[in-house]
Write a protein that binds this ligand. Structure first.
Ligand code: ADP
Length: 390
C-alpha cells in the first residue's frame, strides 16, 4: 500500500515536473521574444528620429553644418553640400579640410568664446562671384558646457546682384539726367552773359536748351514707365486688339519722322487679333519702329509683319535694312541704358530705355522678345504674344 502511494506520488511529481518545465521554457522564450521586440522598437524609434532629423535638415533652404566639440563635422545637410558643390562624405573632417576657407575657422573660434550668434559675410574665392551670409553659434548643454557649434549658410548672391544693379541704375540715371541738365545750365549762363544780345545766337542756344529740356522730359517719362512696369504697379487693361490696325496707327504717327530720312514704312501684317493692353502694345510697336527708323539706313525700308505660330502664339517682327547690331550686343540691347553707340543714340534723342520698356511690356503680356541681326544686314526684332482670339 505504502509502496503504491509512493509510486503514485512519484508519478504525479514527475508529471508536474514535465508540465512546469514545458511552461517554464515557454515563459522563458516569451520573455526573450518580448525583450528582443522592445529592443527592435527602441532601435526603430531611434532610426525614425534620425531619419526625421535628416529629412528636416535636408528640406532646409539654408546650408547647415553641425560640428562636434573638437570642431569636426558631425552633420552637413543637402543645401550645404549643394552650396559648396561637395559630393564626398564630410563627417569627421574639419571645416578647413572640407572647404579650405580659413575665414570660417576664425569665425568658429569667435563663436566659441563670444556667447552670441555671429553674423558674417564671405565671398567665395572661386570664380562664381558668390556671396554667403554665415551665422555661427556655440551649442551648449544645460550645464553651459560647449557641445559643438552650429553654422547656417544663406546664399546672398542674388541679393548682392540686385544691390549692384540698383547702384548701377542710380549711377546711370544720375549721369543721364546730368548730361542734358549741364548743357541747359551752360547755355543759359552764356545767354545771360551777353549772348542774348545777338538774336541769331540766342535763337540757336534757345533751341539747344529746348531740345535738352525735351530729352529730360522723355527720360523722366521713360523712367516712370520702367519703374511702374518693374514694380508691377502697371495693370494691363486687356481687350481684343486688331494688330494690323494698331500697326497702321503707329506707322501714320511715325510717318513724318520716316519721311525726313526717306524711309519707307511697310505694314505686312495679316489679320491677327490678340488679347492685350492696346496702349502698351502701341508703345512696343512704336519703340521698335522708331528705333528701326533711327538706326536703320536713310532711304531704307522698315517692315512690320507677323504670323500665328504652330503652338497658337502670335509672333510679330519689325525689320530694317540698316547696319544691324554686332553679335556681342544682341542680348544686351534689352538692358536698361545699354547702347551700341552712345553718341549716336544721344544724337537721335534716345534715352537707352526704349527696348527695356519693350521687353517689360511683352513679358507682362506673357510673351518673349529677341533680336536677330548680322552686321550690315539690318536688324529684326521679334516678340510673341500668347493669347489669340480669332
Ligand atoms: P535708345 O534710346 O538708345 O534707342 P533702346 O533701348 O531703344 O535705346 O535701344 C538700345 C540700343 O540698341 C540703341 O542705342 C542702339 O544702339 C541699339 N538698337 C536698337 N534698335 C536698333 C536697330 N534697329 N538697329 C541697330 N541698332 C539698334
Amino acid at each position: 500500500m505504502w509502496f503504491f502511494l509512493f509510486i503514485l506520488s512519484l508519478a504525479v511529481l514527475t508529471g508536474l515536473h514535465f508540465r512546469y518545465r514545458k511552461e517554464l521554457a515557454a515563459l522563458h522564450t516569451r520573455h526573450l521574444a518580448e525583450a528582443e521586440a522592445a529592443q527592435r522598437r527602441q532601435q526603430q524609434t531611434a532610426l525614425d528620429a534620425q531619419m526625421q532629423q535628416k529629412v528636416l535638415f535636408d528640406s532646409m533652404l539654408e546650408g547647415l553644418l553641425l560640428l562636434d566639440r573638437s570642431r569636426k563635422i558631425y552633420l552637413a545637410n543637402r543645401a550645404f553640400k549643394n552650396l559648396f558643390g561637395v559630393k564626398t562624405e564630410l563627417r569627421g573632417k574639419t571645416v578647413v579640410e572640407a572647404l579650405r576657407l580659413h575665414e570660417l575657422d576664425e569665425l568658429l573660434q569667435r563663436a566659441e568664446t563670444e556667447k552670441q550668434v555671429l553674423d558674417y559675410e564671405i565671398k567665395l574665392p572661386d570664380l562664381s562671384e558668390r556671396w554667403l551670409q554665415v551665422n555661427a553659434a556655440a551649442i551648449t548643454n544645460a550645464a553651459g558646457e560647449r557641445e559643438g557649434t552650429i553654422l547656417v549658410f544663406h546664399d546672398l548672391t542674388r541679393l548682392k546682384q540686385l544691390e549692384r544693379t540698383r547702384e548701377e541704375f542710380v549711377a546711370n540715371v544720375s549721369h543721364e539726367l546730368r548730361t542734358p541738365l549741364s548743357l541747359i545750365k551752360g547755355y543759359v549762363e552764356t545767354l545771360l552773359d551777353g549772348a542774348r544780345d545777338n538774336p541769331e545766337v540766342a535763337e540757336r542756344f534757345l533751341k539747344i536748351i529746348e531740345r535738352n529740356a525735351n530729352r529730360l522730359d522723355l527720360l523722366i517719362q521713360d523712367l516712370l514707365t520702367i519703374s511702374a512696369l518693374e514694380s508691377g504697379r502697371m495693370k494691363l487693361e486687356l481687350q481684343p486688339v486688331d494688330l494690323k490696325l494698331l500697326t497702321e496707327k503707329v506707322l501714320t504717327f511715325l510717318h513724318t519722322k520716316a519721311e525726313n530720312k526717306s524711309v519707307t514704312l511697310v505694314n505686312e501684317l495679316p489679320e491677327l487679333t490678340t488679347n492685350a493692353d492696346a496702349n502698351r502694345l502701341d508703345q512696343v510697336i512704336t519703340n521698335l519702329v522708331d528705333n528701326a527708323i533711327k538706326y536703320g539706313r536713310a532711304e531704307g525700308a522698315v517692315i512690320v509683319g507677323g504670323k500665328k505660330l504652330d503652338d497658337g502664339r502670335l509672333e510679330i517682327f519689325v525689320r530694317d535694312d540698316g547696319p544691324g547690331i554686332p553679335p556681342e550686343a544682341l542680348d544686351r540691347v534689352f538692358e536698361r541704358f545699354y547702347r551700341v553707340d552712345k553718341a549716336r543714340s544721344r544724337d537721335q534723342g534716345g534715352t537707352g530705355l526704349g527696348l527695356s520698356i519693350v521687353k517689360h511690356i511683352v513679358h507682362a503680356h506673357g510673351g518673349e522678345v529677341r533680336c536677330k541681326s548680322e552686321l550690315g544686314q539690318g536688324a529684326t526684332f521679334f516678340f510673341t504674344l500668347p493669347a489669340v482670339l480669332n
